[in-house]
Design a protein around this ligand. Structure first.
Ligand SMILES: Nc1ncnc2c1ncn2[C@@H]1O[C@H](COP(=O)(O)OP(=O)(O)O)[C@@H](O)[C@H]1O
Ligand SMILES: N[C@@H](CCOP(=O)(O)O)C(=O)O
Length: 326
């Protein structure tokens, strides 16, 4: 669950007084999410999400995240809009934490997406990339290739507890990724964590994107690689080529993929697998079992990494050459 900080009714009432949204009617902790404390807040003026930023989010990054959501919403992307208080500020303080109020997004996330939903995710991701083009602030990706080795070293000898031989496998893959990571592909603002729990659907139609707290500037198709990993594998670990094709087509329908971007997809997918395997491995080792945070399985991304390592071309992701002629 993700309510790390308890807040009292008095504290929330005092915070809300600055917003001109009338009286507080109710507030309730939201169990989902892992990074921050989130509350569903009802006031006379409407229903909102109250977020308290916890220690894993760097305060210096908050203007980027909040500014990005304001920018994307103004460009027409369906995402939470930060609400400004009577001083014109979206960021305040509550219970000693930076805190902000966001518009409530209708919809639900799906555990078992269809190919049609994978298409919509590709389409929405490309839309976000185009809408992010004019965003003025910059935030380098703190979890890109240069960060992986230190993260791995921080896991230490307990890595072997996850699987025998895992350290050698990671070291060999890291060496490959560090030596071959592309440096000439188009960059821009990426979401960097567009997993199933961060995309809402209403009656099968994508209704919005949430959780921009890993957003940063990086290779645009790296974001697509993250989504192929998060959306196109089945529960048994098999890659679903129909969903892969749908996602690539959905993306390409909004932002045309170049030959260079398509050719780079296999290594970008390997990199995305390494990134999520390592952050999960780090948490697996460092977060105590007694903690109420649900730890995610690093092995899921080890299996995905192994799949991507035997991919020979983008055809294995469902790519067809017609994509280039659209
Ligand atoms: N604007 C929003 N509208 C509706 N629900 C939201 C909104 N923002 C967050 N939530 C709910 O809160 C949960 C956790 O939010 P998320 O941003 O993913 O947290 P974290 O950053 O801690 O992972 C989401 O799964 C969703 O249920
Ligand atoms: N998507 C990451 C973990 C981050 O979780 P979120 O709740 O902030 O989306 C993973 O699956 O490892």
């Amino acid at each position: 669950m993700a309510v790390y900080t308890d807040v009292s009714e008095n504290e929330v009432t005092a915070f809300l007084a600055d917003y001109g949204l009338g009286k507080l009617l109710s507030y309730k902790g939201i169990a989902e999410g892992v990074e921050n404390s989130n509350f569903l807040l009802r006031a006379e003026g409407g229903t909102y999400i109250l977020t308290l930023y916890e220690k894993r989010v760097d305060r210096n990054d908050l203007p980027f995240f909040i500014g990005l959501m304001e920018h994307l919403a103004a460009e027409g992307l369906s995402c939470p809009l930060p609400v400004k208080n009577s001083h014109g500020l979206a960021l305040g303080e509550l219970a000693g934490r930076p805190a902000a109020l966001f518009t409530f997004l209708e919809g639900m996330w799906t555990r078992r997406p269809t190919a049609g939903q994978a298409w919509q995710v590709g389409e929405a991701l490309a839309g976000m990339h185009l809408k992010g083009q004019d965003f003025a602030l910059q935030r380098p990706n703190a979890l890109s290739v240069a960060a992986w080795r230190p993260l791995y070293e921080g896991c230490g000898p307990r890595t072997a507890e996850v699987e025998a031989g895992l350290s050698a496998e990671i070291e060999s893959e890291l060496a490959f990724l560090e030596a071959n990571w592309p440096s000439n592909l188009p960059t821009g603002v990426i979401h960097a964590d567009l997993f199933n729990d961060n995309v809402f659907f209403l009656q099968g139609e994508l209704s919005g994107l949430i959780d921009f707290y890993f957003a940063c500037n990086d290779i645009l198709v790296y974001d697509l690689a993250i989504c192929l990993g998060a959306w196109c594998f089945e529960q048994d670990g098999a890659f679903n080529i129909t969903k892969g094709r749908a996602m690539l087509e959905g993306y390409n329908s909004v932002r045309s993929l170049s030959v260079e971007e398509l050719e780079a997809l296999p290594i970008l997918c390997r990199g995305a697998s390494m990134r999520f395997m390592l952050t999960r491995l780090y948490d697996w080792i460092h977060i105590p079992d007694t903690s109420f945070v649900t730890k995610k399985d690093p092995k899921e991304y080890l299996q995905k990494s192994r799949f991507h390592r035997q991919v020979r071309s983008v055809a294995d992701y469902g790519f067809t050459s017609q994509l280039l002629n659209q």
